[in-house]
Write a protein that binds this ligand. Structure first.
Ligand code: ADP
Ligand code: MG
Length: 390
């Protein structure tokens, strides 16, 4: 069910006896640029119409009270205890943001906070960045701060990396905070410079969840990062290249003998993927969606073959998508070894696409995929500016 501002306010009022100030942050999907954001590379996500809402009102003491409607659970932490670090609980996300903001010198006292979200948790649409950014918006408003986009995203990322303890790049927090509806964001994860690119009105973005997450995912994700970092270290030593982002295929070729075949292939994926993101930008500017779709397909193959991080079910989902009328492009999105695909489909074919993909995926695998047309959304800052914050 969609989370509404009014329902969240009512829940807050019922529980804490006060109305609060309300902030919303969306979820996101990455159109192209996978596994590039921890080597300073390029990504192209967009915000989508699932949200986390944070309602905040001040308290007289030093207590941070968090209630999550999703978990139907209330918990608190005293401000001085934030230094104690994670507790292995969902409240690590909001507490981590409070910790990160305080570390930056943002001053605030105790508060009551209600959190409610319709972002599916743990499905790769970044409910984590969504809750972090909603919480950061709420706390900064209470502290009468107006952090710029870069700072806001960086502080939320620090909460996730250092407090929650999850390795993640800057992409999620940045787009969730800074997106503009109907625009894809090409983000340079090194300089944090970005472009907002038009998405044509005659296509829709469709997400299909394969509903599988292979048990290897967590370990293999770490392995991929290690393989990439090992390759990057060779490029540093041999070619004086600080970040894989700056390497060319010729640089990589020159180092072939010095790294494992795995590192070579993983690095090749990242180098070619960065080039594809740049080309994708050009195709959006030229309104050439056919070429955009081809780039998605090339990205999928590179992820599957060079990055070796797809799986049978997801490959099946992509091939089913590509045979549907009106499908412009399809590829895996997210960390890999299962999870979701992102598809670009002509608007007139979108509804039929959803039912055909569900039907054919069920026939092929016996699994009912979750498949839906995404509505574009604004990032948290744009929402607040437009008065989304009551
Ligand atoms: P993803 O970002 O792909 O959804 P993560 O594992 O990174 O998956 O983050 C999901 C976690 O974020 C949840 O397990 C929960 O701890 C926290 N979270 C997200 N939204 C909420 C919410 N509305 N209420 C409480 N915790 C939330
Ligand atoms: Mg996440």
């Amino acid at each position: 069910m969609k989370v509404t501002n009014e329902a969240a306010q009512l829940a807050h009022e019922d529980r804490f006896g006060q109305r609060g100030r309300l902030f919303r942050a969306p979820a996101r999907v990455n159109l192209i640029g996978e596994h590039t954001d921890y080597t300073g590379g390029l990504v192209m996500p967009m915000a989508i119409d699932f949200h986390t809402v944070a309602v905040i009102s001040p308290r007289e003491d030093e207590r941070l009270m968090f209630y999550s409607e999703n978990y139907e659970q209330e918990t608190f932490i005293e401000i001085p205890s934030l230094e104690g670090g994670r507790r292995g609980h969902w409240s690590d996300y909001p507490a981590g943001v409070a910790w990160s903001l305080r570390k930056e010198g943002v001053e605030f006292g105790g508060f009551n906070m209600t959190l409610a979200g319709d972002v599916p948790l743990g499905a790769g649409l970044s409910s984590s960045a969504s809750i972090e950014v909603a919480v950061a918006m709420a706390i900064q408003a209470m502290a009468d701060e107006h952090l710029p986009l870069e700072k806001l995203a960086t502080l939320c990322r620090r909460a996730e990396n250092e407090y929650v303890g999850a390795k993640s790049g800057i992409m999620d927090q940045f787009v969730v905070a800074g997106a503009v509806a109907h625009r894809a964001m090409m983000l340079d994860t090194r300089s944090l410079k970005f472009d907002l690119l038009p998405l044509p009105g005659d296509v829709r973005v469709v997400i299909a969840n394969s509903m599988v997450k292979h048990a290897v995912a967590t370990g293999e994700y770490g392995n991929r990062r290690d393989e990439v970092e090992a390759g990057q270290a060779v490029l540093q030593q041999e070619r004086g290249i600080a970040l894989l982002r700056d390497a060319t295929l010729a640089d990589l070729e020159a180092c072939r003998e010095k790294m494992t075949p795995e590192s070579f292939a993983r690095c090749r994926h990242i180098i070619t993927e960065n080039a594809r993101v740049l080309q994708a930008r050009e195709t959006l500017l030229a309104d050439d969606m056919n070429r955009f779709g081809e780039l998605m397909v090339e990205a999928h193959k590179s992820f599957r073959d060079d990055f070796a991080a797809s799986c049978e079910e997801v490959d099946t989902l992509v091939s089913i998508a590509l045979r549907q009328p009106g499908c412009v492009g399809a590829r895996i999105t997210g960390g890999g070894f299962g999870g979701c695909t992102v598809n670009v489909v002509n608007v007139s074919a979108a509804e039929e696409f959803v039912s055909a993909v569900r039907r054919e995926y069920a026939q092929a695998t016996g699994i009912e995929a979750d498949c839906f047309v995404c509505e574009p959304a604004d990032g948290a800052l744009a929402l607040a500016e437009k008065g989304g914050a009551a």
